[in-house]
Structure formats: C-alpha cells, structure tokens
Design a protein around this ligand. Sequence first.
Ligand SMILES: [Zn+2]
Length: 258
Amino acid sequence: MNVKHKVLYAELTPAEFRTRLAEAPIAYLPLGTLEYHGEHMPLGSDGIQPLEFFKEIAAEAGGIVLPPLFLGPDRVEIILGAEYYGKDNGNHKSLEKQQYEPQILTGSAYWISEELFILIMKGILKQLKRQGFKILVAHGHGPSTRTVINYTSQWEAEFGIKLFNLWSSENDDWNGFMSDHGAMLETSVVMKYRPELVHMENLSQKSDCWPVGIRGYDPRIHASAEKGDEIVKIQKQRIVDKLITALNKLNCPNLGRI
Ligand SMILES: [Zn+2]
C-alpha cells in the first residue's frame, strides 16, 4: 500500500511515520466509547464514526490517525445506590416521548470522571508534542468532545498544539457529525461506513414505541447511508479547509499579517 494512504499510527513504520509527520504534523484522535446506541447499532459506534472519517481526511489533508479511546466522561447520577451514566437515565432533559426508566444499558462500559479524562488528554497531548505534532483533531462522544472544546485554549497555550473538533458554531440539527445519540445522524454515518454493523430490524417497527437509549430524530424514518454521505461531505469540506489554512500558517507564520 502506498504510504500516502497508510494513515493509521499503529501500522506505520518509523520511516513512514517520519514522512507523514514531515508532510503534515496533524494527529487525529477518535473520542470513542463502548456504549449502548440502541438495539440497531454497534457498541463501538462513537469510535467507529470518527475513525472512518479521520482515515478519509488524513488521506486527503495528511496526518496520522491515533487509535480510538474507549473511555470518556458523562453525566453520572446515583439513584438508590446504583450509578447511572449518560443515556442510562432516560428521564433527563429529553422530549417526553423519548423518556424511559433509568437502567444499566447493555454494553455501556466507558465512564471515567472528567478529571481522569482531562489527565489522559493531557498525557496524549504531551506525547504528541514530544513527537512533533502541531495540530490535533479530536472528536467523538459528546461529553468527551465538549470537554476538549472547553479546554482548547488552555491546552493550545500549554502544549503548542492547535486543536480542532468537527462541531461548527452554526446549528447542525440535520447535518451535525455525532450530534445525536444512535438516532438519525449517528445511524446514518455508521450506515455509510459500516453498513454490515447496523441492524435496523432490531428496532421495534411500531412508530409509537420510542426505542430506549436513542436521542434525536427517529432513525427508523430518517436514517440512510445517503444521509450519512451528506453529513460526511459537509463536515469533510469544513475540516479540510481549516486544516489546510492551519498548515499554511505553520509553514508561513506571518501569513495574514501583510
Ligand atoms: Zn454516539
């Protein structure tokens, strides 16, 4: 395989790593989880989506794709002595028809405190800086991505690495990358990249029964590989443009001051 299309960190030889790093000092970190995303979706959905997306971006804009994390922070609530994380609690701030009883959702094994997640991220940034990376694109599981966004300016100053994520300031209701949970958006992206892992037949076809653990537009009605294509296309253009601008600035630090 041509080194240009070999983008996974774990698969590169030192010589290939040096070549890719010299061409574009960009690292990509899929912020995954092992988490219930509805009966139709794989438990690794949060890692699979950014991993596949980043492989495409790295082949185009350059850079190296790190292995996905599978641990991340989330809301935690203790009810009668039991811990419930994120989507375990279906009574929280959701639309009335999407509510369900708190329960330990099958396969969800990802929760760590935000403090520990911050320490892990800082460890990763320190190691990436030491190897010469100048840009990190990190995206995935909502609470992990939000934590990275909250610390972006602090970590950029501390590590000298520019940070990007895939959320834009515009509202991405119908096209956001991983802006829902196992619903139209995430289901469509997994359908695009790994259709063999999505089993729509596992969801009840009764439209008045809302599937547990899903938040967003009904995937039974709105999800498709074509929708996934559309979401990816929009995000791809956005991030590639940003990365090319950032690389130009690295090569020419006075850019924009003339
Ligand atoms: Zn997700």
